[in-house]
Design a protein around this ligand. Structure first.
Ligand code: SF4
Ligand code: SF4
Length: 391
């Protein structure tokens, strides 16, 4: 019986029109994706499932940059694992979603800014726990220092009677701006390595559409992706949407409140029917639903879909988003009671932990996936660089 290496080499030779394509990769995880892509390139059964396979067919070899591009283009829907005739226990041992997941976390770490903080991805559960403990300690101690108690009703339920507005801005603005800078510089390094060429308006539009609709969680046929088994479900896509749009509505609530404060001179607290309150309430409820659903799906996930070593990062981020929404809604309900200082300190501590870990946790997957989708939208509009022998 031929060895696995021989089988892989034969598949690569088939894809390369008789030439053996050398696997160029600089880590075991990247080499494994390159090996599997060369098998898939000979098979091509999954071509209609997602953008990864048509992007793959535009290459005969897979450089480290190609591997990171394809890994982030993969939405981990699981469809190609359940369809694959070469999946384990076959000797080819093709498991594309798992191999891609193992590379993705190295993308986040390798392109992190500043580079030294990429190590935070390795023990992400610990990173999130420490950030949460530090955030909670900061605001509980501050509330005690400023008010001398965590249990006292404030006039009109006014948050600023506990933490002055300028103090909150002074604490949150630098952390949030640093998080955006770190994510921006990280994805810029990724983009430079990809060098996809200029983006047309059509490419930008298509990439935005595919990202906002999570097009590639539909399994290529609109019935959804796989989760615990080979049955298709739209649940993952829908809970992702609840989570993403819930988060964006909460962000919009804060942005509108900031405009009210600085542009119009309208200070909080705002009425229950005001725009910031409505956006925040709807967004918070959506975020609660989305994260609770994703948590449940994540625990039931087929073990071969992903990388079990990343469970603390995945579940930690979902939990942090859930508690951001939960403590925000609890704060709204408790604001006219003596629990206001305690509820506010806990909510702000959770939000601070979320902001501080945005560039060094699962949030990064959305940023790098958007970049990969844009590259695909650009690349598919370009002529293929492959030429057949004799052309
Ligand atoms: S995942 Fe399996 S079935 Fe799909 S293209 Fe690759 S080798 Fe073929
Ligand atoms: S897991 Fe889904 S998104 Fe990823 S390569 Fe396979 S079919 Fe495409």
């Amino acid at each position: 019986m031929p060895s696995l290496d021989e089988l892989t080499r034969d598949a690569a030779a088939l894809a390369g029109g008789g030439r053996v394509i050398p696997i160029r990769a600089h880590s075991p995880a990247e080499a494994e994706v390159a090996r599997q892509m060369q098998i898939c390139n000979a098979c091509r059964y999954c071509e209609g499932f997602c953008a990864v396979f048509p992007a793959m067919t535009r290459r005969l070899e897979f450089s480290p940059a190609d591997v990171h591009y394809l890994a982030n283009l993969c939405h981990n829907c699981g469809a190609c694992l359940h369809a694959c005739q070469y999946a384990p226990p076959n000797a080819f041992a093709v498991n594309v979603p798992q191999a891609m997941a193992r590379v993705r976390v190295t993308t986040y770490a390798d392109y992190a800014w500043p580079p030294a903080l990429g190590a935070l991805y390795q023990r992400n559960g610990l990173t999130l726990s420490l950030a949460l403990a530090a955030g909670l300690a900061l605001f509980l101690v501050l509330a005690l220092a400023l008010k001398g108690t965590l249990w006292q009703a404030m006039p009109a339920g006014n948050f600023y009677a506990v933490f002055p507005h300028n103090l909150m801005v002074g604490l949150f603005a630098p952390v949030f701006l640093f998080a955006m800078l770190a994510l921006g510089l990280g994805v810029r390094r990724f983009w430079r390595d990809q060098a996809p060429g200029p983006a047309s308006g059509a490419a930008l539009g298509e990439a935005s559409h595919d990202a906002l609709r999570l097009k590639y969680l539909d399994g290529g046929h609109g019935e959804g992706c796989n989760n615990e088994d080979d049955a298709f479900t739209l649940a993952r896509r829908r809970f992702h949407h609840f989570t993403f749009y819930g988060f964006m509505l909460c962000f919009a609530a804060t942005s509108v409140a900031t405009l009210y404060h600085y542009l119009l001179g309208w200070s909080a607290p705002y009425a229950a029917t005001s725009l910031p309150k409505l956006l925040g309430t709807v967004g918070g409820v959506a975020l609660l639903i989305g994260t609770a659903g994703l948590w449940r799906l994540n625990l039931r996930r087929h073990p071969q879909h992903g990388d079990s070593a990343q469970a603390p990062m995945d579940l930690g981020f979902i939990a942090l988003l859930f508690f951001t929404a939960f403590t925000g809604l609890a704060l709204m309900l408790l604001r006219s009671t003596a629990a206001l200082p305690l509820a506010l300190a806990i909510h702000l501590g959770v939000v601070m932990a979320l902001f501080a870990t945005l560039p060094y946790g699962k949030f990064a997957h959305g940023v790098f996936r958007c970049a990969a989708l844009l590259k695909w939208a650009i690349e598919k509009r370009q002529p293929s660089r492959l030429t057949l022998a004799g052309d």
